[in-house]
Design a protein around this ligand. Structure first.
Ligand code: 2DT
Length: 210
């Protein structure tokens, strides 16, 4: 009898303009072509009640105290945890555009916000099987076009965010040089996803973030 594998939880992280959203689309279409059951998610998920408040904050049409907005971003992940568990349990892989690491890296880039404190509210959420960090120097990323108008889209913030991301790197992280062409990056990203999907660790229970 074949043992049923759970789905893999794969997260793409990176600074603004690192190509996360493009690469998520590329991975999703490759998975579809390969007939591998997969689901795409992104955080923040702005369609929920909590997510719509986050959306207003990012568009600068609402102000919130730094700890309070941090906890809302975290709550947005907690509210989707049951859906994520259900999908993985039935063997569906999940590709996620931003996750807890964005939560920590962005909040901790603000003055008087402590990185360890920022990690606490996500403790107990699912730990990804693979985190693909699309690494690009924010100064180079900026040459890909003007930042938008949303909060955090400025060079100083992005530099602090990148240095926070690098503090969060653990054994699940793979760093990909995102300064190359879309095709070159996609080739590496798809190869990493393939390796994660072939991994025996999908026969064991998913871990939790600490
Ligand atoms: P995009 O929708 O363009 O990815 O931008 N963020 C995201 C946080 O500050 N905390 C979080 O927990 C998450 C998931 C990163 C969303 C912006 O929100 C930031 C950029």
């Amino acid at each position: 009898m074949e043992i049923m594998k759970r789905g893999a939880l794969i997260v793409l992280e990176g600074c603004d303009r690192s190509g996360k959203t493009t690469q998520c689309q590329k991975v999703m279409s490759w998975l579809k072509q390969s007939n591998i059951e997969s689901h795409f998610m992104r955080f923040p998920e702005r369609s929920t009640t909590i997510g719509s408040l986050i959306g207003k904050y990012l568009e600068c049409s609402a102000e919130l105290e730094d700890h309070a907005i941090h906890l809302l971003f975290s709550a947005n992940r907690w509210e989707l945890l049951p859906d994520m568990k259900k999908l993985l349990g039935k063997g569906t892989n999940i590709i996620v555009d931003r996750y807890s690491y964005s939560g920590i890296a962005f909040s901790a880039a603000k003055p008087n916000m402590d990185l360890t404190w920022c990690q606490k509210s996500d403790s107990g959420l699912l730990k990804p099987d693979l985190v693909i960090f699309l690494d690009i120097d924010p100064t180079v990323a900026q040459t890909r076009g003007e930042y938008g108008v949303e909060r955090y889209e400025n060079l100083e913030m992005q530099k602090l965010v990148r240095s926070n991301y690098l503090k969060l790197k653990d054994e699940t992280w793979k760093v990909v040089d995102a300064s190359r062409s879309v095709e070159e990056v996609t080739r590496d990203v798809c190869q990493l996803v393939k390796e994660a999907l072939d991994s025996k660790s999908l026969l064991t229970e998913i871990k939790q973030l600490t």
